[in-house]
Design a protein around this ligand. Structure first.
Ligand code: ADP
Ligand code: MG
Length: 455
């Protein structure tokens, strides 16, 4: 197997097991440099990344490499002056030309992105499958491209992780460039906006920063929930927003929740966001998931048993990134096996992603994190007590184990003080219900997740 392909296999496994932020932080600009006598040399951009990957990901990467190629014995990280990008563009082009070659999907946001607009040309309306979960957001997005700055301004799209927000936002940007000559489009995540602002302040470049943002005809800000609590950034964003809005320039925003539910978002920004069109985007239903998968398979020109596609659509019901990851995983394994895959084989390949926790994290760490957060002891969470100050953290632990780490109800029960699985189910349902209503709890829960994921 080629180095690129082998590394792509590792990355597709890593991606399913770490948060997006750590993935982007630690795996950007990594690649396989060479392979000698069963030792794989992995190039990393700097000593910081080297140390981190050695300490945290050594085992995982080795296991993943071995699952693809059993002759691999060990790995070393090396700092490369000009590290190869995840998928060298040239190679990708050449591959695309080769008939019936599986072109592994380049899922990573940092590759193939235009430096000026930050748009990735792969995110288009053509590639976006419309179903009941996203038709409103999709329709709003289309009308915005036809009525820039006049019909829905701002357009605010919200939905969960992997529901398709970034794809839709980027599709708007790409479509505008296609429809109109000379329009200036800029896409930016709110984190990037914050970083650029901080840099501009440090380097006394504020004029340039302002100009950069205010000259656009279309400004797209992704994941605006990350502006929560960043007062200076909100302030600057408010002014940028107003400057553009007054000139009838189009603003498009996404978030994981509606404006009202973003904690510590200034009132004036909140009301600005609510002044336009708000559309939610849900997780797609089974038919849409199936259509998304079939589209991808058709594009890759591979033959895949319908039963496998159905199995994936059935088992990856929310985050579409995971759905795509599962498909890619099957395709990589199929290619290694050089064979048509049976549904049983596909199930075997996907078993770990479906049945094991998403991350190498143990229950004790979660108990610790939650106990610490609520100021109780870990032991208290395990004993039988109905004290409210204990019951809630305990239910949160159960919900976390279930939702984030995909533990089964019985196994959660046995790990959390030998409880019955129905108790666990009840706890999870309760927290799930409360999260829909209680904004403070959502905030707490997000903070706990951050602690657990070490972000
Ligand atoms: P979000 O930004 O909401 O977390 P993304 O836009 O990154 O989600 O979507 C995750 C992945 O799923 C992307 O690769 C995207 O192309 C794909 N995707 C999302 N929605 C659709 C859709 N309706 N049709 C086809 N692919 C989709
Ligand atoms: Mg996104």
């Amino acid at each position: 197997m080629e180095h690129t392909e082998l590394w792509q296999h590792v990355l597709s496994e890593v991606e399913l097991n770490v948060s997006k932020a750590s993935f982007n932080t630690w795996f950007q600009h990594t690649g396989i440099q060479s392979k000698q006598d069963g030792v794989v040399f992995i190039s990393v951009p700097n000593s910081f990344a080297k140390e981190w990957l050695e300490n945290k990901f050594n085992k995982f990467i080795l296991k993943s490499l071995r699952s693809a190629s059993s002759d691999i014995k060990d790995l070393r990280f090396v700092i490369a002056a000009t590290p190869p990008s995840v998928i060298p563009q040239k190679l990708k082009k050449k591959k695309e030309d080769e008939e019936k070659e599986i072109v592994l999907d380049n899922q990573f946001e940092f590759a193939g992105v235009d430096a000026e607009t930050n748009l990735n040309s792969k995110y288009t309306f053509e590639e976006f499958v419309v179903g009941s979960s996203n038709e409103l957001a999709h329709a709003a997005a289309i009308s915005v491209t036809k009525n820039l700055g006049t019909i829905y301004n701002p357009l605010f799209i919200y939905g969960g992780v992997g529901a398709g927000k970034t794809h839709l936002l980027q599709a708007i940007g790409n479509e505008v460039l296609k429809l109109y000559k000379g329009k200036k489009v800029k896409y930016v995540s709110s984190e990037k906006f914050t970083n650029e602002l901080v840099n501009a302040i440090q380097n006394k470049n504020m004029e340039r920063f302002k100009e950069d943002y205010r000259k656009n005809d279309v400004l797209i800000i992704d994941d605006v929930q990350f502006l929560a609590g960043k007062e200076k950034t909100q302030e600057e964003f408010f002014h940028t927003f107003n400057a553009l809005y007054e000139k009838n320039k189009q603003i498009i925003i996404s978030s994981d929740r509606p404006p009202k539910a973003i904690p510590t978002l200034e009132d004036r920004l909140q009301s600005r966001f609510e002044g336009g069109m708000i559309a939610d985007i849900g997780y797609p239903d089974y038919e849409t998931r199936l259509a998304i998968l079939k589209n991808k398979v058709a594009k890759k020109q591979v033959v895949l048993d319908d039963a496998i596609i159905e199995f994936i659509a059935n088992n990856f019901q929310k985050n579409l990134r995971e759905l795509e990851g599962a498909l890619n995983k099957v395709l990589v394994h199929m290619k290694i096996a050089k064979n048509v895959f049976s549904v049983e084989e596909a199930k075997k390949v996907l078993y770990p992603s479906i049945h094991t926790p998403k991350k190498n994290i143990n229950v004790k760490q979660i108990l610790q994190a939650v106990a610490q957060f609520y100021g109780v002891s870990e032991k208290q969470l395990l004993i039988k007590t109905r004290k409210q100050e204990i019951v809630k953290p305990r239910q949160i632990v159960m919900y976390l184990l279930r939702e984030e780490f995909k533990f089964s109800y019985p196994s959660i029960g046995s790990k959390i003080g030998g409880r019955d699985h129905t108790t666990v189910m009840h706890a999870c349902e309760k927290i799930e219900g409360q999260l829909k209503e209680d904004e403070a709890l959502v905030e707490e829960f997000n903070l706990i997740k951050k602690i657990v994921y070490n972000l």
